[in-house]
Design a protein around this ligand. Structure first.
Ligand SMILES: [Zn+2]
Length: 394
């Protein structure tokens, strides 16, 4: 049983055991990491089931992880975050190292700021908030509809409302945009996040962003994207970082977007796998293929909608299906959020609900404009860390 008694520890603690925080280096693999730390590879990798082994492949450069050591420098516990919801917990029990995936506890807050533009939205947002993430989100939400370079004037204003996740008082993970507003030549332009998880403009038309085609025709979605899910039978935490489409064996799989094939071969539990790199740091993956289309090779350019292979059940798969992943700069994101079925115009009941939501947001936007809401910086705290309380520290 996982006991969710979480113990807070300052990393500069005076206890005999102490927490150290490190950055996952570029090019490090989980196996190499175990070797370097002199941790047992058999029990912490080879004896794990395939799902847990897959999780270990999610460690990415730049992630901050924590280690709890005793006074002799022996590792007692390790926390390796896999995404913003799930982490690997390695701990010592009865002199043996154990592996488990556990949730990351976090809370979230709705935040907002407004500013007058002096240079550009991108530059000014970074200047006020210090956050490249916020600047990128804002700019990309108007990328296909507005031309800042032509139409912006000095003194034009913008407002951004977004949800930010916090863990132990520190902001982490990608903020979620709720509303972005920019006023240019006295005209306000908006992007709203609707309850259906898609973005719409003030006319209830879906905002076109990075658009993907559905990679297979027909079939049904048999498993959705989740960063963490409790498996009631196996009694453990898992993640499914893609979408599964259950379809007939041999169904053609098409490139969800134009790009370049960067992988076209077998890869462990993925089976026959194609990876395609797209613009803006996006990458799509198509797994468990029966076969590749003839003439597919690494380096080949493909167009959106072009057949790249056929549905199968190679690798770790229980039946014919396509496992489809979307990643941005290595991070897994939910493809269903950006997969284009048709660009939607809301109508009827859906439109009514959206307009109600929009009205509330507009009121907030006007308030932030009037009050000239400034971005509030979270005070920098000492680096902290929490560990599952399997050990007594007093
Ligand atoms: Zn899958």
């Amino acid at each position: 049983m996982i006991r969710f008694l979480l113990l807070f520890l300052l990393w500069t603690s005076v206890f005999a055991s102490h927490v150290e925080s490190y950055r996952w280096e570029n090019g490090d693999s989980y196996l190499v990491f175990l070797q370097n730390q002199k941790l047992p590879i058999r029990s912490l990798y080879y004896n794990l089931d395939k799902d847990d082994q897959r999780l270990t492949e999610e460690m990415r450069a730049g992630i901050h992880y924590s280690m709890l050591k005793d006074e002799n420098g022996n590792i007692l516990q390790l926390l390796l975050p896999l995404n913003d919801e799930l982490q690997i917990h390695i701990y010592k029990e009865n002199n043996k190292y154990k592996f488990e995936a556990i949730p990351i506890i976090s809370s979230s807050k709705i935040e907002a700021f407004s500013l007058k533009i002096n240079h550009s939205p991108y530059y000014d947002i970074i200047k006020q908030t210090g956050s490249k993430k916020l600047a990128e989100i804002f700019v990309s939400s108007f990328k296909y509809s507005l031309n800042f370079k032509v139409d912006l004037r000095k003194g034009d204003r913008l407002v951004m409302i977004y949800k930010q996740k916090y863990r132990l008082g520190q902001a982490f993970s990608m903020p979620t945009l709720k509303v972005a507003m920019i006023e240019m030549r006295k005209k306000k332009h908006y992007v709203y996040l609707n309850d259906d998880g898609r973005f719409y403009d003030e006319k209830a038309h879906e905002v076109e962003g990075f658009l993907l085609a559905r990679p297979v025709r027909g079939g049904r979605i048999s498993s959705r994207f989740t960063k963490r899910r409790w498996h009631p039978v196996l009694k453990k935490w898992k993640a499914h970082l893609g979408v599964d489409y259950a379809v007939r064996r041999g169904t053609p799989i098409v490139a969800a977007g134009s790009g370049r094939v960067i992988y076209c071969s077998r890869m462990g539990s993925y089976g026959n796998l194609v990876k395609i790199r797209h613009a803006d740091g996006y990458e799509t993956r198509y797994a468990h293929m029966k076969s590749f289309r003839r003439g597919m090779f690494r380096g080949k350019r493909v167009k959106k909608g072009q057949t790249i292979g056929y549905v199968g059940t190679t690798g770790r798969s229980t039946g014919p299906h396509l496992h489809f992943e979307l990643r941005k700069r290595g991070r897994a994101i939910n493809p269903l959020r950006v997969v284009q079925v048709t660009t939607k115009k809301l109508k009827g009941k859906q439109k009514k609900a959206f307009l109600k939501l929009k009205k509330n947001y507009d009121e907030s936007i006007n308030l932030h404009l009037k009050n000239q809401t400034k971005y509030v910086k979270t005070p920098k705290m000492q680096r902290m860390c929490y560990f599952n309380n399997g050990i007594t520290y007093e």
